[in-house]
Ligand binder design. Structure first.
Ligand SMILES: [Zn+2]
Length: 229
């Protein structure tokens, strides 16, 4: 097992409430629980990829509500890709490496779910928050496959904050070792909601002073230094 990544190339994009893992205001089955994370076609496109090294334990049509599904065994996790359409490139038994294309998004979204249980049994908990389905985002963005690291991030210890550079209009969001340029008020608001959602705390926004005559390159290295990446 190597380093986790997102199923699509590029950074995680700010999301709509209905796409997130956990409680939402949208009714589903026995409550309001969403058991995975939806990568919507408005922001993600093309091939979706293996989020880590693993083995294909299911690939094919699973039934209504799920459609075609691909399930990877990755260490102790079972990672389920579903609702992506019907284009896929792997078969049960294949070994896959992180970043390997598994299929193509041809529907409105790819639903990705992660569980440590048997995925078929776990499906019975699709609409209840009983600990069966895990929040995929802290795992996929952990940048590290160790359980301790992932666990710490789940507990909200991961570094998440926003910052501005004095005298400049841009706002940046920091999430672990990633930096997002928040290009609109809406994105900034979305990011603040993500921080609250992930850490249980309000997002702090810092203002950093940039020494005179600094170029963009210096700005990036200053960011890297401040963010510790
Ligand atoms: Zn979903």
């Amino acid at each position: 097992m190597g380093i986790w990544r997102l199923p699509f190339d590029g950074n995680l994009k700010p999301y709509e409430e209905g796409q997130q893992f956990g409680q939402t205001s949208y009714p589903r089955g026995r409550g309001y629980f969403h058991d995975g994370y939806d990568f919507g076609s408005a922001k993600y496109s093309g091939d979706f990829k293996a989020v880590n090294d693993g083995k294909v334990i299911y690939a094919g049509y699973y039934g209504s509500g799920i459609g075609y599904a691909i399930v990877l065994q990755i260490g102790e996790y079972q990672v389920m890709y579903q609702e992506f359409g019907n284009t896929y490139y792997v078969k049960t038994g294949d070994q896959v490496t992180v970043g390997q294309p598994l299929g193509r998004l041809t529907s409105t979204h790819l639903h990705l779910g992660i569980t440590k249980k048997n995925w078929q049994l776990a499906l019975s908990s699709w609409d209840i928050d009983d600990g069966t389905w895990l929040n995929p985002i802290p795992i996929l963005t952990s940048g590290d496959s160790t359980d301790e690291d992932t666990e710490n991030k789940r507990k909200g210890m991961m570094k998440m904050f926003a910052y501005m550079i004095e005298g400049r209009p841009e706002v940046y969001g920091v999430w672990g070792n990633k930096v997002f340029h928040l290009t609109s008020k809406e994105m900034y608001k979305d990011f603040q909601n993500i921080v609250l959602d992930q850490t249980g705390k309000e997002c702090k926004t810092y203002t950093w002073k940039l020494p005179n005559n600094q170029s963009t390159v210096d700005l990036i290295s200053l960011m890297a230094e401040k963010v510790n990446i």
